[in-house]
Design a protein around this ligand. Structure first.
Ligand code: NAP
Length: 430
C-alpha cells in the first residue's frame, strides 16, 4: 500500500486526490485544520457565486471514494509536524493555498479600518478566523485597493442590497451589517490603467446590473479604442465593459468609481482611517507604474486591500519570500514533499486552473513513489493523534455539520454556515 497525505482540502487538494485515487493500492488522507472541507470554495468564492461553489459536489465524489479520507480539525505544524507526516507517508502534498494578505506597505496601513481582503472575504463567508472582524461600514466612503477579481467581489458585496443576496450563502452577521451600511461611494484604485486590469469579463459585467449601485469610469482614463485590438479576447471584453460604464453613467444611490492610474501612498485619520492620499501615476515603456507627485484625497472609513495573497511559510520548508509561495522544482519541494495550487504557483488563476495542476502533481507523486516504501501511513497518524488526545473530524461528521447548516438556512438560501469551530463541533455532539 502507498500512503499519501494532502495538507489542505481546497480545490488543489481535492483535484490532486481525484487523480491519485484512481491508482491501485493507494490510501490518501486529506488533512485540514478546519472541521469543514473545501477551503476557498467555502470561504473564498463569493457567496453570490453559487454556480462556482457547486464544484464542491465533485470534491465530495472524490472524498466518498474508498481510498480517500478527510482528516479534519487537525492542524499541521501544531497537532502534527511536517517531518512527522513525511516519515509516515510516501508523499506529502502541501495544498495549503495562500490564505494571508500581501501587506499594503504604506504609512497609516496599521490604522483601524484598514483590512486585507482575506479578512473581509473571510468575514462575509463565515471563516472562523474572521467572523468577529466587524468592519466599519459607518462612513459613506470605502477605498478598495487593487484591480483584480477579488477587488470586484469586495466592491459588489459592499454595493448589494439585502434582497440581492437571495439564494446566496452569505452569513447572517455579514448580511445584517451590510443592510445597515452607510457605504455610498466605493473607489476601486488601480495603480495602472484599463488595459492592465486583472478582472475577467463576467465578473466585471456584473457591476452593470446592480440594483442600487452603478459603476463609473472616467472616459479620459481609457486609451483610444483602436488600441483594444491588440488585447487578448477576454481582456478586450473586460475593457468593453469599462467603455460601456464610461459611456453610460447611471444615477443610482451607490457609486463604484474606478480610479485608474491611482496609487495609495498614505492613509490618514485620528485613531481610525478617515482618508486615503492617492498619487496619480503614469506608466513606463514596460507598463510599470510610477508616481507623478500629484496627489488627491479620498474620504473613507474603510480601506480594503485586494492586492494578492501569500502562503504562510512552514519552518524547514523551502520558501520564496518574494513570491509568497513554497520554493519547488515544478512542485517537488523536498524528497517526499510536494506543493500544488496556490502554495506552488502563487495566487493566480481560477478554481479550474487547479485541476491540471493537481493532475500533474499527482502524476509526479505516483512516478516518484513507485510501489511505496512500506510506510505506516494513516494507521500511524491515527495512533499519533490519539496519543495527543486529538480526535479528527471525519467526512461523515462533516456531512452532519453540512446537514445542520442546510437545515438552518434562511429564506431559501442554500445554507447558514457555522462561523466558529466550536459551533461546528457542537453540531457533531462534541
Ligand atoms: P490579482 O488578480 O493578482 O490582482 C491583484 C491586483 O492588485 C492587481 O491589480 C495588482 O496591480 C494590484 N496590486 C498589487 N500590489 C499592489 C500595490 N502594492 N498597490 C496597489 N495595487 C497593487 O489578485 P486577486 O484579485 O487577489 O485574485 C487572485 C486570483 O483569484 C486571481 O487569479 C483571480 O482571477 C482569482 N479570482 C477569481 C474570481 C472569479 O473567477 N470569480 C474571483 C476572485 C478571485 P498590478 O497589476 O499593477 O500589479
Amino acid at each position: 500500500m502507498r500512503h499519501v497525505a494532502i495538507v489542505g482540502s481546497g480545490p488543489a487538494g481535492y483535484y490532486t486526490a481525484e487523480t491519485l485515487q484512481k491508482a491501485d493500492d493507494i490510501a490518501i488522507d486529506v488533512i485540514d485544520r478546519l472541521p469543514v472541507p473545501y477551503g476557498l470554495i467555502r470561504t473564498g468564492v463569493a457567496p453570490d457565486h453559487q454556480s462556482i461553489k457547486a464544484v464542491s459536489r465533485r470534491y465530495e465524489g472524490v472524498a466518498l471514494t474508498d481510498n480517500v479520507r478527510f482528516v479534519g480539525h487537525v492542524s499541521v505544524g501544531t497537532d502534527v509536524g511536517i517531518d512527522e507526516l513525511t516519515s509516515l507517508y510516501d508523499a506529502v502534498v502541501l495544498a495549503t493555498g495562500a490564505p494571508h494578505d500581501r501587506p499594503l506597505d504604506i504609512p497609516g496601513a496599521e490604522l483601524p479600518g484598514v483590512i486585507g481582503s482575506a479578512a473581509f472575504v473571510g468575514w462575509y463567508n463565515g471563516h472562523p478566523d474572521f467572523a468577529k472582524l466587524d468592519p466599519p461600514l459607518d462612513a459613506p466612503g470605502v477605498v478598495v485597493v487593487g484591480n483584480g477579481n477579488v477587488a470586484l467581489d469586495v466592491a459588489r458585496i459592499l454595493a448589494k442590497t439585502p434582497e440581492e443576496f437571495a439564494g446566496s450563502d452569505i452569513v447572517s452577521h455579514a448580511r445584517a451589517a451590510l443592510s445597515d451600511s452607510a457605504v455610498r461611494e466605493i473607489h476601486i484604485l488601480g495603480r495602472r490603467g484599463p488595459h492592465q486590469i486583472a478582472m475577467t469579463p463576467k465578473e466585471l459585467g456584473e457591476l452593470g446590473h446592480l440594483e442600487r449601485a452603478s459603476p463609473r469610469v472616467d472616459p479620459a482614463d481609457l486609451p483610444d479604442e483602436g488600441a483594444d485590438a491588440m488585447l487578448e479576447p477576454g481582456m478586450r471584453k473586460s475593457v468593453t465593459h469599462l467603455r460601456s460604464f464610461a459611456a453610460n453613467p447611471v444615477a443610482k444611490p451607490v457609486t463604484i468609481e474606478f480610479d485608474f492610474f491611482a496609487m495609495p501612498v498614505r492613509i490618514e485619520g485620528d485613531g481610525r482611517v478617515e482618508r486615503v492620499i492617492v498619487e496619480r501615476t503614469t506608466l513606463d515603456a514596460d507598463l510599470r507604474s510610477h508616481g507623478t507627485g500629484e496627489t488627491y484625497a479620498i474620504d473613507a472609513g474603510l480601506v480594503i486591500s485586494c492586492i494578492g495573497y501569500q502562503t504562510p511559510p512552514i519552518p524547514g520548508v523551502p520558501y520564496e519570500h518574494g513570491r509568497g509561495r513554497f520554493a519547488s522544482d515544478e512542485g517537488r519541494v523536498l524528497p517526499g514533499l510536494y506543493a500544488v495550487g496556490w502554495a506552488r504557483r502563487g495566487p493566480s488563476g481560477t478554481i479550474g486552473t487547479n485541476k491540471p495542476d493537481g493532475t500533474r502533481i499527482a502524476e509526479m507523486v505516483l512516478e516518484d513513489i513507485g510501489r511505496g516504501a512500506g510506510k505506516a501511513g494513516r494507521a500511524a497518524l491515527d495512533a499519533l493523534l490519539a496519543s495527543r488526545g486529538i480526535v479528527p473530524v471525519t467526512f461523515r461528521d462533516w456531512r452532519k455539520i453540512e446537514a445542520a447548516e442546510i437545515a438552518a438556512a434562511l429564506d431559501g438560501n442554500p445554507r447558514e454556515k457555522f462561523t466558529s469551530v466550536e459551533a461546528m463541533l457542537a453540531a457533531i455532539g462534541r
